[in-house]
Ligand binder design. Structure first.
Ligand SMILES: C[S@@+](CC[C@H](N)C(=O)[O-])C[C@H]1O[C@@H](n2cnc3c(N)ncnc32)[C@H](O)[C@@H]1O
Length: 157
């Protein structure tokens, strides 16, 4: 199985980029992993929030294959413990899935079309984080899940 993480908008923060690179490299020891950034929409200041979400949504959907299992990282989604999330990933791998795609929305969240295509939603907390920070938290949780599956001493139960 390959895991992809799609996020909307480049980050200008070097600190965030460095941390993400650290966790991305760690995660790639365990699984094929691909991180993809959907570029910021041009002239977004002239667009309403709904128009911006629609355009971002079209770009997100253009990167999704019909066979992908698509999970939106969304504060209104299902909350897992790190242990149950690792178990969930193991089941997806056992099920022979080709690609599991996680998607992080833009500053205003997801369009209806993206919600309609998704297979589920995963929440990292009921609090709202910035769309930039969430990518790091999602990467860290993916990495943590694989260390749990390998019984490695990163996660302290
Ligand atoms: C600033 S939030 C958007 C909030 C927007 N009002 C909404 O209703 O989705 C930007 C993105 O970060 C992600 N996000 C923020 N907080 C989250 C959380 N607690 N759990 C999961 N994803 C979160 C989601 O992907 C969201 O689309």
């Amino acid at each position: 199985m390959q895991i992809s993480l799609i996020a909307v908008g480049k980050t200008d923060s070097k600190d965030l980029m460095n941390l993400m690179e650290t966790y991305q490299k760690r995660l790639q020891h365990y699984i094929k992993f691909n991180f993809m950034v959907i570029p910021d929409i041009k002239n977004s200041k002239n667009l309403s929030e709904a128009q911006q979400k629609t355009k971002e949504g079209e770009l997100i959907l253009s990167h999704i294959q019909s066979s992908d299992h698509v999970l939106l990282i969304d504060e209104r989604g299902k909350q897992f413990s790190s242990l149950s999330f690792s178990d969930f990933l193991q089941k997806k791998m056992n099920g022979g899935l080709k690609q599991l795609v996680f998607v992080i929305g833009g500053p205003y969240g997801f369009s209806d079309a993206v919600y309609a295509r998704s297979n589920g939603k995963v929440s990292l907390s009921s609090m709202t984080f910035s769309h930039q920070m969430v990518r790091l938290f999602a990467l860290e949780q993916l990495y943590r899940a694989f260390t749990i599956l390998r019984n490695e001493p990163y996660h302290h139960r």
